[in-house]
Design a protein around this ligand. Structure first.
Ligand SMILES: Cc1cc2nc3c(=O)[nH]c(=O)nc-3n(C[C@H](O)[C@H](O)[C@H](O)COP(=O)(O)O)c2cc1C
Length: 221
């Protein structure tokens, strides 16, 4: 039995393309494995708090952490526990101003935390950070109003969404990273229709590929 952490970062509700994509993904997964556990974390509707000076001090307090500091980290602890419990992290996110929505960035800031999702040791030389988690599948579904954000395409230089998530995904314990994109939303023309069709048509193959990985993992575990 697998455990999916399903995140949605769009500020929109029903008309959100990424929410439609992630819910179709989850529905197809549940067709295969009805007893899979799905935790839905809707950061688009309920953004996590931003980190503050006191939050950072609490995160780095280690053994000396006070009760008040523990309380300050309680949201972070809950969000991290959800990642730890998951085998697959599914992120549906719009492109806002060429990057991720602030709500999703706030989520990453809450979960990328010293001694929970990474360790820091200067003895490691120039790369002192090391992720704690591993073995997870990370799936990212994006939608953008413009188009051509892929490598070598028209707007490739402006894609600060997927490369950023890819860098952060190390700390989710990503062993695999998959990305499905819808583009052209602002044009609303046949290119957008084709992009939507291609993304939804790709879902069954993607789900099957990830399920094969999940099954192999389960046998080994
Ligand atoms: C605040 C805001 C900022 C946006 N910024 C960009 C952008 O920088 N580049 C782009 O291609 N589309 C941009 N868009 C368009 C969205 O990426 C597009 O509407 C997408 O479908 C939103 O995802 P959703 O349908 O899941 O809500 C922006 C939309 C909003 C509301």
């Amino acid at each position: 039995m697998s455990h999916i952490l399903h995140l949605d970062a769009s500020a929109r509700s029903q008309r959100s393309i990424t929410r439609q994509l992630t819910s179709a993904f989850v529905a197809q997964w549940l067709d295969w494995q009805p007893d899979a556990v799905v935790t839905h974390r809707d950061v688009g509707s309920h953004p996590p708090p931003m980190v503050s000076q006191s939050w950072i001090a609490a995160a780095f307090a280690g053994e000396a952490r006070t009760d008040e500091q523990r309380e300050l980290l309680s949201v972070s602890d809950t969000l991290i526990d959800e990642v730890v419990a998951a085998d697959l992290v599914l992120i549906g996110t719009p492109m806002y101003n060429y990057g991720m929505p602030a709500a999703l960035k706030a989520w990453f800031d809450q979960i990328i935390r010293v001694d929970r999702t990474f360790t820091f040791d200067l003895a490691r030389g120039d790369q002192p950070l090391e992720p704690v988690l591993d073995g997870k599948q990370v799936v990212v579904m994006t939608s953008s109003g413009e188009f051509g954000f892929g490598a070598g395409e028209l707007n490739a230089a402006h894609d600060h969404l997927v490369p950023h998530i890819r860098s952060c995904a190390r700390y989710l314990g990503a062993e695999t990273f998959e990305h499905l994109a819808v583009e052209y939303q602002e044009f609303g023309d046949e290119r957008h229709d084709a992009s939507m069709r291609a993304a939804f048509d790709a879902l069954p193959t993607l789900v099957k590929q990830l399920q094969d990985f999940a099954s192999r993992h389960e046998k080994v575990a």
